[in-house]
Design a protein around this ligand. Structure first.
Ligand SMILES: Cc1cc2nc3c(=O)[nH]c(=O)nc-3n(C[C@H](O)[C@H](O)[C@H](O)COP(=O)(O)OP(=O)(O)OC[C@H]3O[C@@H](n4cnc5c(N)ncnc54)[C@H](O)[C@@H]3O)c2cc1C
Length: 405
């Protein structure tokens, strides 16, 4: 089948690779003139890593990052609330991988250039509109210089991110992404390893949070690249969601000045940042439909969600697998896209909603409400089994369920 993908982000590239491996004839069009390895750190959950293992990419990704060993939730004093093993350490076939987003995107891009051929990864073409007729999907593109052109194919997959043009065309009244009232500041810093050296931690509560995890090996000087995200309630945002907007750490550092745990120096990490990027935490309401005849939405274009629970890239990669499977199961493209939507839309809508209720981080908020000044024993704060139940509920919702041994 001839397939056009708009967007060479993680979702678009993973889809291109999965569909090409299944024998389809795929071309990717990307709006940016040059596909650059942008972003700070990102997490690949084991079910998404398994999809990439099926595409022979996991060893390459692991070499650029860290196999996350555990996820630990702590309060604003650094006291441990809950912790659990992750990835292979939790018995999954594939690892959970923490790595630079640019490395993930570049690995996917290089694989796509090799497997699809460079002539099928076309940069500098912005999707501006489409017609999804009975016999073909026609995608309209324009270049930065304003030249326009159209491409007809059997299917159009719009993986054009949170500001998706295709989504805006389908739902013209939707407007901008919905601001959560919380601002994120993201950066990396070189620092001494903390806890296991492969631990991901979430500290604080819903109105003030700090997340960090290593995304590289320990260097000869004993330091490791740590990705971190500081989060605060900020009443109002006027900024458009731009992943690359740099700000000065002085905007938020004073609020974290006292967060010096005996195992992690949060203000120290913030001070050592190379560059800090600001991003308002936004999402969009789940849609009634993604597929319209021969076109469909995928990744952030379909289900932008709060970056809670490491699901942004992982769910886009799961979309790629589901779309490939639907096309294998249904000869008719319209039926295949409807089946893909029926599989993925309800699952991702449930994650969007759960993330609005703090997702797995609910345990931090409960700990804060019940013991705002800290605790001597976590057993005094949570009933037996309560923490396990919160973690298990979210994992089941996001599809992170370990197959039986
Ligand atoms: C520059 C950047 C930096 C990011 N940094 C981080 C990070 O540090 N940590 C993190 O967790 N997540 C980050 N994300 C988000 C994360 O990558 C996504 O949430 C997730 O991977 C889902 O991927 P996606 O492919 O659906 O969307 P995206 O990764 O947003 O990719 C969408 C792609 O489509 C292209 N595009 C947009 N409009 C059009 C159009 N009209 N026509 C053709 N192409 C178009 C964009 O240039 C982009 O390459 C970043 C995203 C971007 C774009």
């Amino acid at each position: 089948m001839k397939i056009t993908i708009a967007g060479a982000g993680i979702g678009g590239l993973a889809t291109a690779l999965a569909l090409t491996a299944a024998g389809h004839d795929v071309t990717v069009y990307e709006a940016a003139a040059h596909i650059l390895p942008l972003g700070v750190g990102i997490n690949l959950l084991p079910h998404a890593a398994e999809v990439l293992a099926g595409l022979d990419l996991v060893d390459e990704l692991l070499a650029q990052g860290v196999a996350t060993r555990e996820l630990v939730y702590v309060n604003r004093f650094g006291q441990r609330i809950w912790g659990e093993p992750r990835g292979r350490f939790a018995g999954f076939a594939a690892p959970q991988i923490s790595l630079p987003r640019g490395g993930l995107q570049l690995t996917l891009l290089q694989a796509a250039l090799r497997r699809l051929g460079p002539e099928r990864i076309i940069a500098g073409r912005r999707l501006t509109g489409f017609e999804a007729g009975a016999d073909a999907a026609v995608a309209h593109f324009e270049t930065a210089a304003g030249t326009t052109g159209s491409v007809a194919s059997d299917i159009l997959v719009a993986a054009d991110g949170i500001h998706s043009r295709a989504r805006a065309r389908l739902y013209p009244d939707e407007g901008s992404p919905i601001y959560s009232g919380r601002m994120l500041w993201r950066a990396t810093s070189m620092a001494k390893p903390f806890l296991t050296g492969a631990s991901m931690i979430m500290a604080g509560h819903q109105n003030q949070k700090f997340v960090c995890y290593p995304i590289g090996a320990v260097q000869p000087d004993g330091l490791q690249r740590i990705n971190w995200i500081a989060e605060l309630v900020v009443a109002q945002t006027l900024s458009r969601e731009d992943w690359n907007r740099q700000v000065d750490a002085s905007v938020f550092l004073p609020r974290f000045e006292s967060w010096r745990f005996d195992w992690l120096d949060v203000p120290g990490l913030i001070r050592d940042a190379e560059a800090v990027y600001e991003f308002p935490m936004v999402d969009r309401d789940p849609l009634p439909h993604w597929s319209h005849g021969r076109m469909t939405l995928l990744g952030d274009a379909a289900h932008p969600m709060y970056p809670i629970g490491s699901n942004g890239a992982s769910q886009a990669i799961l979309d790629a697998r589901a779309l490939t499977q639907a096309l294998a199961a249904h000869a008719d493209p319209v039926e295949a896209l409807a089946a893909y939507e029926a599989d993925r839309l309800p699952k991702t809508a449930a994650i969007v909603r759960a993330n609005r209720q703090n997702g797995p981080e609910q345990c931090m908020q409960l700990a804060h409400e019940r013991a705002p000044d800290g605790f001597a024993r976590i057993e005094d704060v949570f009933a037996a089994g309560e923490l396990e139940a919160i973690a298990a509920r979210y994992k089941a919702l996001t599809g992170l369920v370990k197959p039986p041994a």
